[in-house]
Write a protein that binds this ligand. Structure first.
Ligand SMILES: [Zn+2]
Ligand SMILES: [Zn+2]
Length: 304
C-alpha cells in the first residue's frame, strides 16, 4: 500500500510530475498551499484590497471560492462572490443556485448581474438572431468579461480572481499563437491591470493542473453541473487540450514546463498604456476607440 508523503495514512493520489503522494486531507492542503504560494509569488494580493471571485457556479470557480475564503480570512481581506447570469435557459439556473447556496453557507456577499439588465438581451436571444461569423464562446467571453467588471465595480472590489487553471492557461496561450493573436499574450499576465482601469485581474489557480482542481472540488463536496452549456463548441481548443493531455501522459510534467515557458514569454510583453483609449460609447478601455463589448452589443441590438 502506498503511503502519503506527509503522514502515515494510505495515499490515494500521486502527483506524477513530482512523485508526491497524498491522503485526502494532505491533498486538499497541498492544493490550498499551492494557490497561496502562487498568490505570493506573483504579488497577486496586497494588504487592504477588496477581493472579488468570479463565480460561474461550475466546479472550478466554486473550488476557487472555497480556497479564497480560507486565504482571505487568514489575511483579513474582504471577499465578494461575483456571478454573471448570461440568460441560458435550463443551464445557468442550476449553476447560480449552486453558487448561491455555497456563498450563503460561507457567509460571503454575493453580487449577481445579468446580461439582460446590463446589455438589454439574454445570451439565448443574442445567439438566436446572430448570423454573423462570431462563435458563441467568443461572443459570450467578451460580454461576460465586461459583466464581471460591472459586478466588480458595483461591489466595490478592486481585484478580481478568476478560476483559470494551468490547463486553461497553456491552452489559451497556444490558441493565441495558433490564431496569430500574439498581441493578446500580453493580456495573459498573472496580475493584469489595464493602466486606465481600476481593476486588477488575477488567476490564483493558474499553477494547478485541471485534474487537481477537479479532484479538489470532488473531495470538497462541490456539486458538479448536470448539464453542459448548450452553446459550447470548442473546436480547436479541444484538439489542443487532447494534444497536451497526450504529451503529459507520456512525459509527466510537460504541461508544467510549458506553463513556465509561457510565463517567460509573457514577461517580455509590456502592453503600452498609450495603446488603450476609452471607448466612445461606454468609456471603458479599448484598442480602437470602440470596445469589443459595445461593438458586439450594437450588432445584437441592430444599431451598427
Ligand atoms: Zn496525509
Ligand atoms: Zn464600449
Amino acid at each position: 500500500m502506498e503511503i502519503c508523503s506527509k503522514c502515515s495514512s494510505p495515499s490515494f493520489y500521486t502527483r506524477r510530475y513530482s512523485g508526491e503522494k497524498f491522503c485526502e486531507v494532505h491533498f486538499k492542503e497541498s492544493v490550498i498551499s499551492k494557490v497561496s504560494r502562487t498568490i505570493s509569488k506573483y504579488g497577486m494580493l496586497k494588504y487592504g484590497e477588496r477581493v472579488g471571485v468570479a463565480v460561474s457556479g461550475g466546479k472550478d470557480s466554486l473550488s476557487l471560492l472555497l480556497i479564497m475564503e480560507k486565504l482571505c480570512r487568514k489575511k483579513g481581506l474582504e471577499l465578494t462572490a461575483l456571478t454573471v447570469d448570461e440568460g441560458i435557459e435550463g443551464y445557468r439556473d442550476e449553476a447560480i443556485s449552486n453558487a448561491t447556496s455555497i456563498t450563503k453557507k460561507l457567509g460571503i456577499r454575493h453580487v449577481v448581474v445579468s446580461y439582460r439588465e446590463l446589455f438589454g438581451f439574454t445570451l439565448d436571444k443574442a445567439l438566436r438572431q446572430d448570423d454573423r461569423d462570431v462563435s458563441s464562446c467568443s461572443f459570450c467571453g467578451v460580454m461576460r468579461r465586461r459583466a464581471i467588471d460591472e459586478a466588480a465595480l458595483r461591489a466595490g472590489v478592486n481585484v478580481v480572481a478568476t478560476a483559470h487553471n494551468l490547463d486553461d492557461f497553456v491552452q489559451t496561450f497556444l490558441m493565441n499563437l495558433l490564431h496569430g493573436d500574439v498581441e493578446r499574450l500580453g493580456f495573459m499576465s498573472p496580475s493584469y491591470k489595464d493602466g486606465a482601469f481600476p481593476l486588477r485581474r488575477i488567476k490564483p489557480m493558474m499553477e494547478l493542473y485541471e485534474e487537481e482542481t477537479a479532484l479538489f472540488a470532488y473531495l470538497s463536496g462541490i456539486p458538479f453541473q448536470s448539464v453542459s452549456c448548450p452553446y459550447m463548441h470548442e473546436g480547436l481548443r479541444s484538439e489542443v487540450r487532447d494534444f497536451l493531455n497526450q504529451l503529459e501522459a507520456k512525459h509527466p510534467g510537460m504541461k508544467y514546463v510549458l506553463f513556465n515557458s509561457c510565463m517567460e514569454v509573457i514577461s517580455h510583453f509590456n502592453i503600452s498604456k498609450e495603446k488603450s483609449k476609452p471607448c466612445k460609447f461606454c468609456g471603458m478601455p479599448s484598442s480602437s476607440g470602440i470596445c469589443g463589448t459595445c461593438r458586439m452589443a450594437r450588432l445584437v441590438r441592430g444599431g451598427v
